[in-house]
Design a protein around this ligand. Structure first.
Ligand SMILES: NC(=O)c1ccc[n+]([C@@H]2O[C@H](COP(=O)([O-])OP(=O)(O)OC[C@H]3O[C@@H](n4cnc5c(N)ncnc54)[C@H](O)[C@@H]3O)[C@@H](O)[C@H]2O)c1
Length: 309
C-alpha cells in the first residue's frame, strides 16, 4: 500500500502511521500541525511529513501522485471548539473533506478510510448503539463529522473506490496530550498527576466507551486491507464505565487521591455511550485487545514522561 495520511501528526494519525511502518507499508503525512506535533512522528523519517493544510488544493494535489490509499483523519476536533468556532469547524471538516475526496478521485485512489465519530449519533436512544441508531448530532462538530462520513461514503457509491468510515467512541492512549480538545482521560490524568482539581460535569454517573489507540490504529489498518470493505462501522470497546469509575481507576493506578469538584452538566454532552461492535467484528475481523486498566497504566507512564521533559 502507498498511503497518504491526513492528520498523521495528530494523536490517532501518528499511531496509524506507526502501524503502517510496522507492517512495511509506504506512507506520507499531510498535516498543518494546528493541533498535531512533528515529534509524534519521530519513529519515522522526517521527510514523510508535509506541512500542508488540507484546504490548500494546489499543494495537496502534488502529494497524491502514486497514492492508492487515503487515511483521512485531519479535522477540527471537539464539541467545544465547534461551538466556539463553527465556521472554522466547517471549513476543515466539510470543505477540507471535499478537497481531499476530489483529489483522491482524480488520482485514482482505490481506498479511503475516514475517521468519523460517535458524536454523529447525538443523544442515545438505545444501548448499545448500533450503526443503525438514529444520527441526530447535538453539536456543530457532530454535524460536520456526519457530513464528512456521508460525503466520503457517497464517493464509494459513485466511483471505483472502497470507502470505510470508522465511528470512533472515546479514544485514549500515547500521543494524546493534556491540552487536547477536552477529552476526559488526558485532562483528568494530567490534573491528577499535577495535584489539580478534577471537574466532573454532572453527577459522574454518565458513561463512556473508551477504546485504546492501538485498537483504533489496528482497525484502520484492517479497514484498508480487508477486501471489499465498505460502509460505516462503530469503533469502540463495546463496554462502558462511568466517569466516577474512571476516576477510581486513575487513583488506584497512580496511588494519588483526586480533588474532585462536581459542576453542572455541559450543553452537548450525552449522558450515556457504548458501541455495539458486532458489525466491525463480523465484517472486518476486529477484536479489542487492550483492557482499560492496562491501557491507562501505559498512558499514565507516557504522560509522566511527557510532563517531566
Ligand atoms: N480522539 C477521539 O476520541 C476521537 C473520537 C472521535 C473521532 N475522532 C476523530 O479522529 C481524528 C483524529 O483525531 P485526534 O484525536 O487524533 O485529534 P488531533 O487533533 O490530535 O488530530 C487531528 C490532526 O489533524 C491536523 N489538522 C487539523 N486541521 C488540519 C488541516 N486543515 N489541514 C491539515 N491537517 C489538519 C491536526 O494538526 C492534527 O494533527 C479526527 O478526525 C477526529 O474527529 C477522534
Amino acid at each position: 500500500m502507498k498511503a497518504l495520511v491526513t492528520g498523521g501528526a495528530g494523536f490517532i494519525g501518528s499511531n496509524v502511521c506507526k502501524k503502517l511502518l510496522e507492517n512495511g507499508d509506504d506512507f506520507i503525512v499531510v498535516d498543518s500541525l494546528v493541533t498535531g506535533y512533528a515529534e509524534n512522528l519521530q519513529f519515522c523519517d522526517s521527510d514523510r511529513l508535509h506541512r500542508v493544510d488540507i484546504r490548500d488544493r494546489e499543494r495537496l494535489a502534488q502529494l497524491f501522485q502514486g497514492i492508492d490509499t487515503v487515511f483521512h483523519l485531519a479535522a477540527s476536533v471537539g464539541n467545544k471548539r465547534s461551538i466556539d468556532a463553527p465556521h472554522f469547524d466547517a471549513e476543515i471538516n466539510v470543505l477540507g473533506t471535499v478537497t481531499v475526496m476530489e483529489l483522491a478521485r482524480q488520482a485514482g485512489v482505490k481506498r479511503v478510510v475516514v475517521s468519523s465519530s460517535a458524536g454523529t449519533f447525538g443523544e442515545l436512544k438505545t444501548l448499545p448503539i448500533s450503526e443503525n441508531h438514529a444520527v441526530e448530532p447535538d453539536t456543530p462538530y457532530g454535524a460536520s463529522k456526519l457530513f464528512k462520513e456521508k460525503f466520503c461514503l457517497s464517493y464509494g457509491n459513485l466511483y471505483d473506490m472502497d470507502v470505510v468510515a470508522l465511528r470512533y467512541f472515546n479514544v485514549y492512549g500515547p500521543n494524546q496530550r493534556f491540552d487536547a480538545y477536552g477529552n476526559v482521560i488526558p485532562i483528568f490524568a494530567y490534573k491528577l498527576l499535577r495535584g489539580e482539581k478534577l471537574k466532573i460535569y454532572g453527577d459522574g454517573n454518565q458513561t463512556r466507551d473508551f477504546i485504546h489507540v492501538d485498537d483504533v490504529s489496528r482497525a484502520n489498518y484492517l479497514a484498508a486491507s480487508v477486501d471489499g470493505a465498505n460502509g460505516a462501522f462503530n469503533l469502540g470497546s463495546g463496554t462502558r464505565i462511568t466517569i466516577n469509575e474512571l476516576v477510581d481507576i486513575l487513583q488506584k493506578i497512580s496511588g494519588l487521591k483526586a480533588d474532585i469538584e462536581y459542576v453542572s452538566r455541559r450543553p452537548g454532552d450525552v449522558m450515556h455511550s457504548m458501541a455495539d461492535i458486532s458489525k466491525i467484528r463480523d465484517m472486518l475481523g476486529f477484536r479489542v485487545s487492550v483492557d482499560i486498566t492496562d491501557g491507562l497504566i501505559e498512558y499514565i507512564e507516557w504522560l509522566k514522561f511527557e510532563i517531566d521533559r
